[in-house]
Design a protein around this ligand. Structure first.
Ligand code: PLP
Length: 364
């Protein structure tokens, strides 16, 4: 029987989950601090982990909140900033769950076309002149879904626009540490932190199910998010936060990141080579890290009903349209969404990548 290949999963593969080490950290945390981490409390997060993060980012603890995954904090931020009639701007394409969260909180979500080095600044500024959004949501490092990174020049311009027009910029950076080549670009907050909210988590670096994510933001934003968190979840999951703190204290995070890069880098390479070999006419931006490489099929490609046809061929794809927010006026992107294919490479072996891309090429 033909093996079904999943090009849908933006998750770490099972072999990347350090179960034994997490178990040891959990036991150590319960033995040393059980009275604190088994109790309600510390809604801003487990204090030792909060302190570590404050140190990482060079901020005070009042500018850090650790919550149940970064998506949760992102949703709370959306809840406090989206007023009736507000717009939120995202990269087009963008992280599908973020688009959904912002819509559910009542925003009109508009996509600013994403180029190989970040959003199109002219179109962004034209939209800003029309209406100032509640915030702009970006995944500037190895974007989900496109795999590209925002250039330093665009990062500087975006921070400048946020200050000039007075809107928040979320930099969502869960993949930033997973760089396989090249050098780090500055965080938006390193350029100027005034209007920047940084979100990230340990989901891609240790385990997603621990649900340990964090937000770094001005103290009043952290206070508002923390208040709403208290009213909705009462207390974050302190045992897993304490296990993460212990994992870091033992020096295991850096070691884990090294082994993740050793596992993922050849998978990215395999994806790049397979796409070049089987889809030679399709241009794409080569990611320098993260989980995703993506393609926009040329207009002449056979892209109609691609997801259904792929499924029949034993290849599971995510619908490209889910990554697309509403287009800006005069920018049509319905057809573009249909031609957009996200290819996550971390949870598939090089052999599955080669076979999956071969099947995709045969369909288009
Ligand atoms: C860009 C981006 N942001 C946030 C998340 C959610 O992360 P967490 O597990 O921290 O909620 C993901 C997960 O895939 C993601 O790709």
């Amino acid at each position: 029987m033909t093996e079904t290949i999943l090009f849908t999963r933006g998750v770490p593969p099972v072999e990347a989950l350090p179960a034994v080490q997490i178990g040891q950290c959990m036991v150590a945390a319960l033995e040393s601090d059980g009275g604190v981490i088994l109790q309600y409390g510390n809604i801003g997060g487990y204090p030792p982990l909060r302190r570590m993060l404050a140190e990482d980012f060079g901020v005070s603890e009042r500018e850090v909140v650790v919550g149940n995954g970064s998506l949760h904090l992102q949703d709370l931020f959306a809840a406090i900033t989206i007023e009736p009639g507000a717009t939120v701007l995202v990269e087009q394409p963008s992280y599908d769950r973020a688009i959904k969260t912002f819509r559910r909180r009542g925003a009109k979500v508009l996509g600013i076309p994403l180029e190989d080095d970040g959003v199109n600044l002219e179109l962004l500024e034209a939209e800003l002149r029309r209406k100032v959004p509640a915030f702009l949501y970006l995944v500037p490092d190895f974007q989900n879904p496109a795999g590209i990174s925002t250039s330093e020049a665009k990062r500087r311009a975006l921070v400048g626009l946020a200050e000039e027009y007075g809107f928040w910029v979320i930099e969502d950076i869960p993949y930033r540490t997973l760089r396989y080549r090249g050098t780090d670009l500055p965080l938006l907050r390193e350029i100027s932190p005034k209007r920047v909210v940084t979100l990230s988590s340990y989901s891609k670096l240790i385990s997603p199910a621990l649900r340990v994510g964090y937000m770094i933001a001005p103290a009043e934003v952290v206070a508002n998010v923390t208040r709403l968190a208290e009213e909705t979840i009462l207390s974050p999951v302190l045992p897993t936060q304490a296990a993460v703190a212990e994992f870091r204290r033992r020096g295991w995070l850096d070691a884990n990141v090294v082994s993740l890069k050793q596992l993922y880098q050849p998978r990215l390479q395999a994806m790049v080579e397979a796409v070049k070999r089987h889809l030679p006419g399709v241009s794409f931006a080569e990611p320098e890290g993260g989980f995703f490489l993506s393609l926009t099929l040329p207009p002449e490609a056979h892209s109609a009903n691609l997801v259904e046809r792929a499924q029949q061929a034993g290849l599971i794809l995510t619908e490209g349209k889910t990554f697309f927010a509403d287009p800006l006026e005069r920018q049509s992107s319905a057809a573009e969404g249909e031609r957009f294919v996200r290819l996550p490479f971390c949870a598939v072996t090089p052999e599955q990548i080669e076979e999956g891309v071969r099947r995709l090429a045969a369909l288009v």
